[in-house]
Design a protein around this ligand. Sequence first.
Ligand code: FAD
Length: 431
Amino acid sequence: TEFVNVIGAGLAGSEAAWQIAEAGVPVRLYEMRPEKSTEAHHTSDFAELVCSNSLRGNSLANAVGVLKEEMRRLNSVIITSADETAVPAGGALAVDRDSFSATVTKKVKMHPNVTVISEEITEIPSGITVIATGPLTSSKLAEAIKTFNGSDGFYFYDAAAPIIDKSTIDMEKVYLKSRYDKGEAAYLNCPMTKEEFDAFREALITAEVAPLKTFEKEKYFEGCMPIEVMAARGEKTMLFGPMKPVGLEDPKTGKRPYAVIQLRQDNAAASLYNIVGFQTHLKWGEQKRVFQMIPGLENAEFVRYGVMHRNSFMNSPELLRPTYQSVKRDDLFFAGQMTGVEGYVESAASGLLAGRNAARLALGQDLLTMPQETVIGSMAYYITHAEGKHFQPMNANFGLLPELPERIRDKKLRYQTLAERALDHLAQTEI
Ligand code: FAD
């Protein structure tokens, strides 16, 4: 059998290499650490967790928990190693980070089908290849990927606004309208009085921000200044910026509110909305506290918080297929955060699917597209079908799954039904 190259032994690359090896296909796994490191890694172990030691929720009541269960059933090395090295963390799956990475390293390295090569790759290799070099891909390879994909194929972002589950927005308080009624009414508008605005601005200015890493202390682009920095600049800055009320009169009263916050549809199914212009560096708990002050968002659920850090990712809606294959080269796969999935578990899940497909290609088998009803399949679908222009990395969440045939109002029951459906579809998939 032809061997497969895997570039990068992070969360996605380790999982991909494991899956390929388990399928009986030889793997050459290239990792540049420790000779060369990234701005966030500190060790030479595979699957190093660069920040939190939590892999987030572990129950079937949340999408990332369902994703973990799907991965367990698909023989994931990342999730089984996490289970083996778990530390108490309530409903979350948190790990002893050193034992976790050591366990993954050992299992992958010891696999008879895996050859580890300590080397920085600077060009895209020929032959069946999975590239999983992460959000901090070394610069030469980043250039090569950019050239391969075309000019806007691989870029950095350092700002993204929070995303909200639409079913948790209080529709009594918000109204659908586009500014000056131009085009189809596309935005949900949250109106504020002067008193509400003043209290909100005060909360923004005094909220706690996440500490900046040295490599993040870059000048903010004017176009994506964090909302809390804008709030601190002056009383009127937000009112002339993202909270501008002109042309957004409330249809119920005909009056122009003092300030308006707009929510923009974020996915084709219109189940997710982002807060327009609200990229932020606030701590996640603070984002929840402050943004729930916005009228209509009192009980909003955030499927992704705003983030600001270096993160290279591709414009996958135009460049990838749901098999994680490049649209330009059948034998080239991408996996991990660089494909626009967000998070440790999501990165590993994409590596799992890319790895299985690379192995199937080597074995002359048909490639696998996972059903959209599964969480692993919904992620692959999202990153390859989202709107290309505003594409931003995405966490696993129930809003990405196709709607149920009947609307279930009770959230707990709805999520339980979605979780059961996901695992049913997984069981029915021929793998
Ligand atoms: P990585 O885990 O980074 O793996 C990529 C691997 O490729 C690395 O081992 C790297 O050394 C190697 N590599 C890079 N270039 C080359 C090359 N040219 N040749 C050979 N090897 C190469 N997610 C969470 O869920 N929770 C968090 O708390 C969290 N915090 C984050 C903090 C920061 C600062 C960043 C940047 C991201 C964070 N993420 C977090 C997002 C994401 O989950 C992680 O970045 C995750 O590690 C992504 O997995 P990956 O496999 O895509 O990349």
